[in-house]
Write a protein that binds this ligand. Structure first.
Ligand SMILES: Cc1ncc(COP(=O)(O)O)c(C=O)c1O
Length: 366
């Protein structure tokens, strides 16, 4: 039985009628610049997160980059973050001219270890960029307490955290703003790239709105800031808005599939299952296990047509553009976790049988 990691086409087929109608409407209208659908998407996502503003942009990467610019992060500043992430979290800090400062992660949660933040703070520290990985928030209240004590700005990498909350407070509400990704494979994915800044901060919202269109002010062709070309196309807005209505049901389905993995794999010696931080929900963006014989298990599954992925195989400070930021060996937990993680198929169009089969195959490996 084949168990694919993604099935993007199945999402389309589930919503085919609505998606065909809405994309045809946009195409035939000739109104391709951000319009009513992008605006509705901004309002809907912001309100679902309890945030005042949503500013749709061209990608999650742009959301982070523009958010940092809008918050005034730049040359001479240090931004504390982690090296167990997708490269965009760190790339965007470097692009502002600031210096990323890595702290290690927690071996079980795989997210920032708040107990290590204080020793990384220097007089140049301006912000913390906590990353909410795999569908649940990092220990954000602890990060927030430290940021408050030291007067630091929090900018959340919520690329994987649409609909993720801690005790009912959603990503985007713990600092000056958050960047969400609508990349194809996210729980809400565009037919291409897309992203959004969500914030309660009027100044961040005003600047971000301007910066996504070259820094243009209220008057056309007058520029207030250095900016970007980072609109979300109307056709993507329409597609995302249509799919957004299905996200709660898709996330519930991911939860059911996660429960099957937990049921079958509970107590498997040598296999660590993902844990939920107290007070968090998870949208199960990824279902990521840890084990020593990771590569062996991946090959074993591949032979049996069960997909898996490694998020993330190589810590950021091992890559050429980022090697100067930290020595190899200086982030032991990040480095160890990178060698042990394996993400299992959990997209909402899998059947119970497929996931049970994947889980039982993993058990048979052990
Ligand atoms: C943690 C993290 N940060 C940033 C991004 C960047 O988002 P995008 O791919 O939409 O540019 C992603 C998504 O891939 C991500 O997973």
């Amino acid at each position: 039985m084949r168990v694919p990691f993604y099935d993007i086409k199945a999402q389309y087929l589930e919503l085919q009628e609505e998606l065909d109608r809405i994309t045809h409407e946009v195409l035939s209208s000739g109104a391709y610049a951000p319009g009513k659908y992008v605006q509705a998407l901004e309002q809907e996502v912001a309100s679902q997160h309890g945030c005042k503003h949503g500013i749709a942009v061209n990608s999650g990467t742009d959301a982070l980059r523009i958010l940092m610019d809008a918050a005034g992060i730049g040359a001479g500043d240090e931004v504390i973050t982690t090296a167990f992430t997708f490269v965009a979290s760190v790339e965007t800090i470097v692009q502002t001219g600031a210096t990323p400062v890595f702290v290690d992660i927690d071996p079980v949660m795989m997210q920032i270890d708040p107990s290590l933040i204080e020793t990384a703070i220097t007089p140049r520290t301006k912000a913390i960029l906590p990353i909410h990985l795999f569908g649940q928030l990092c220990p954000i209240r602890k990060v927030q307490a430290i940021a408050e004590r030291y007067g630091l700005t929090i900018l959340e990498d919520a690329a994987q955290a649409l609909h993720s909350h801690h005790k009912g407070t959603y990503a985007g509400n713990f600092g000056r703003g958050a960047g969400i990704s609508f990349y194809v494979t996210k729980n809400l994915g565009a037919a291409g790239d897309g992203g959004m800044i969500i914030t309660n901060d009027d100044e961040i919202a005003e600047r971000s709105r301007s910066m996504r269109v070259h820094g243009m002010g209220r008057e056309r062709y007058y520029y207030d800031y250095l900016g970007y070309t980072s609109r979300l196309d109307e056709i993507q807005g329409a597609i995302l808005l249509t799919k957004l209505s299905r996200v709660p049901a898709w996330n519930d389905r991911r939860g059911e599939l996660a429960a099957i993995y937990h049921e079958v794999l509970k107590g498997t010696k040598g296999l660590a299952l993902p844990q939920l931080l107290h007070g968090n929900n998870t949208t199960n963006h990824q279902f990521t296990v840890q084990l020593d014989r990771r590569d062996e298990l991946q090959a074993f599954l591949r032979e049996r047509e069960i997909d898996s992925m490694i998020y993330y195989p190589v810590p950021i400070h091992f890559h050429a553009p980022y090697q100067h930021l930290a020595e190899r060996g200086s982030l032991p937990v990040t480095e160890r976790v990178s060698s042990r993680v394996l993400s299992l198929p959990i997209h909402p169009h899998l059947s119970d049988e497929q996931v049970r089969h994947a889980a039982e195959t993993i058990r048979s490996f052990f």
